[in-house]
Design a binder for this molecule. Structure first.
Ligand SMILES: NC(=O)c1ccc[n+]([C@@H]2O[C@H](COP(=O)([O-])OP(=O)(O)OC[C@H]3O[C@@H](n4cnc5c(N)ncnc54)[C@H](O)[C@@H]3O)[C@@H](O)[C@H]2O)c1
Length: 349
């Protein structure tokens, strides 16, 4: 399934557009195409091309079922794209998924908080008035869970055009005292988790491109300004994000042959998100309690202190990040970049 469907998307392309595939039980007695065992992805594509008539919108495959190709006629900058967003139950990931759906994509919201991802997907569907989103379980640190998530997305939609590797965690602390377990936790989610997600989606994306060379896919890591500049008493996080830039550049070099662009976006602080603004555990509330900002007596004063560090005088928002995501998706001549979206707080040389 995870191999056949992405290859079939490429074979059933129309004007260079890949369809979404819907799989249903084959009607009783329907003639089904038997795909012979294949040794290489190229052999699979050849076998599918030989068996699927040009222009066919529906095909019965032995052992898979009846597969219908659906070409999106929705407007929008992500129209007809199939996207997987990790860490999508809340925060940036949730808002990125909602924006992609509003721009015409089919979106899988994946999160270790499975119930939160499912609830967010339902809200998106209600807003869009169509079945645009699904919630899927994932733990990005667990190879089996990542594979199962990608299999679920491919089974539901037929393939993947965009991975937004957004799941991330932060445990701040001095190098002198941070428990090694906290360092491992941050590294496993932010660094290893990114590797595992790319490893799981790249074969499906490569098959789509093999079958339809005009079709390119995108991997976008939500990195951080702390992936471009060290972060005081926050070395585990900054190190994991710097590592993410190294993975991005390396994956970009390798996966360009498979029609996959790999880029990172490095946002500044998302002050409106739960990490900063949660009334109990948010960083503003924590910094007020611990007196980290000298003289600040309210959360608003702590916030103003941090906003004043940004040349543009405000935090990063999801619309700022979305402009970067759509730029990278639409760009035909860029890969391996780490794009700052920081209001001027971090500037590239
Ligand atoms: N908040 C900021 O100021 C800020 C700034 C720059 C970059 N970022 C980056 O943006 C991304 C999202 O940040 P956010 O502030 O929206 O975070 P958040 O804490 O609000 O949300 C993170 C989501 O990731 C999920 N998650 C955590 N561990 C996971 C795992 N092992 N597998 C799957 N899902 C997991 C959580 O359940 C949660 O839903 C992160 O990569 C973060 O480093 C955040």
């Amino acid at each position: 399934m995870i191999t056949i469907l992405p290859a079939l998307r490429g074979v059933m392309t129309s004007d260079g557009r890949l369809p979404r595939l819907r799989v249903a039980a084959a009607p009783a007695g329907a003639a089904a195409l038997r795909v012979p065992a294949w040794e290489t992805p190229a052999a699979l594509v050849v076998a599918l091309r030989a068996g699927v008539p040009a222009g066919a919108r529906q095909v019965c495959l032995d052992g898979v079922g009846s597969i219908t190709a659906e070409y999106s006629d929705l407007p929008g900058r992500a129209a007809g794209k199939i996207a997987l967003v990790t860490g999508a139950a809340q925060g940036f990931g949730c808002e990125i998924a909602a924006d992609l759906a509003a721009q015409g994509a089919w979106v899988a919201l994946a999160d270790v908080n499975e119930a939160g991802a499912a609830a967010a997907a339902q809200r998106i569907n209600a807003t869009c008035g169509r079945e645009a989103a699904i919630g899927v379980a994932i733990n990005v640190t667990d190879p089996a869970a990542v594979k199962a998530c990608v299999t679920a997305v491919v089974s539901q939609f037929g393939g993947i055009d965009l991975l937004v590797a957004n799941a991330g965690v932060l445990r701040a602390g001095s190098v002198k005292t941070l428990p090694a377990a906290d360092f491992d936790f941050v590294t496993s989610v932010n660094y290893k988790g990114y590797f595992l997600c790319v490893q799981a989606v790249a074969p499906a994306m490569a098959l789509q491109h093999l079958a339809c060379p005009e079709a390119w896919s995108d991997i976008v890591q939500i990195n951080s300004k702390s992936g471009l500049q060290g972060s005081n008493r926050n070395g585990a996080y900054a190190g994991s994000k710097f590592g993410g830039v190294g993975l991005t550049q390396s994956f970009a070099m390798e996966l360009v042959d498979d029609g996959i662009k790999v880029n990172a976006i490095c946002p500044g602080n998302f002050f409106d998100g739960p990490l900063w603004s949660d009334p109990q555990n948010g960083l503003f509330a924590q910094y007020l309690r611990t007196g980290k900002v000298p003289g600040a007596k309210t959360v608003a004063e702590v916030r103003r202190f941090y906003e004043a560090k940004v040349p543009m005088g405000r935090g990063c928002t999801t619309p700022d990040v979305m402009r970067a995501i759509y730029y990278l998706m639409e760009q035909r001549y860029e890969t391996g970049q780490a794009l700052p979206v920081t209001g001027g707080q971090v500037m590239l040389a």
